[in-house]
Design a protein around this ligand. Structure first.
Ligand code: IMP
Ligand code: MG
Length: 183
């Protein structure tokens, strides 16, 4: 199990430099969008995949904001999606506040759909979504996504928060995992 995680990556799709530049841009774009809104902004990051993205994104947003975490997981330790399960509820009241859901990747959309349902019943002032990655070939057309970092091909990627069986989240780039390592 020990060893260099870089050895498990087939190829790098997005380098950390490319990611950093785009995330900073996205942070400024989001901050500009919410700058004049009253009521206050609450970011709702979906754990655990969004933690690295969130950490960089919020530091590119010079805006007063709160963070309320929610944990949803559809993948467990597999690479195929199942029904998203709620693992941990909202830790902060979002009623009357502008809410921005932050997730690592929009694949089939099940996770974001569930998160939107859970949050809308709490009557936020507005509800929007930001994802670092989107797989356009699979993302459903009826699911609104307001901010997207990168559109990518339908590949299984890891790094920068994205995992396979909960590993590789600390890989600094986003890369395609070697096929022989996925069961
Ligand atoms: P969805 O519910 O099908 O949109 O899947 C979203 C969730 O599945 C994300 O929050 C990720 O945790 C996980 N996921 C989807 N595609 C990938 C991938 O290529 N690599 C790693 N995790 C993924
Ligand atoms: Mg995951």
């Amino acid at each position: 199990m020990a060893g260099d995680i870089a050895d498990d990556i087939e190829r790098i799709l997005l380098t950390q430099e490319v990611i950093r530049e785009r995330v900073e841009q996205l942070g400024r774009e989001i901050a500009a969008r919410y700058a004049d809104m009253s009521g206050g902004l609450t970011l709702v990051p979906i754990l655990s995949g969004s933690i690295v993205f969130l950490a960089d994104l919020i530091r590119a947003m010079q805006l007063k904001l709160k963070i309320a975490v929610v944990q949803l997981s559809s993948y467990r330790d597999r690479t195929r999606p199942g029904a998203p399960q709620l693992l941990q509820g909202l830790s902060d009241d979002v009623r009357g506040r502008h809410v921005l859901i932050v997730d690592d990747i929009l694949d089939t959309g099940g996770t974001l759909r569930r998160a939107r349902e859970l949050i809308s019943v709490r009557k936020p002032a507005s509800l929007a979504t930001a994802v670092l990655l989107r797989k356009p070939s699979k993302a459903p057309a009826d699911l609104p996504v307001d901010f997207v970092g990168f559109d990518i091909d339908d590949l299984f990627v890891v790094g920068y928060g994205l995992d396979y069986a909960d590993y590789y989240r600390n890989y600094p780039h986003i890369g395609v995992l070697r096929e022989d390592l996925m069961r």
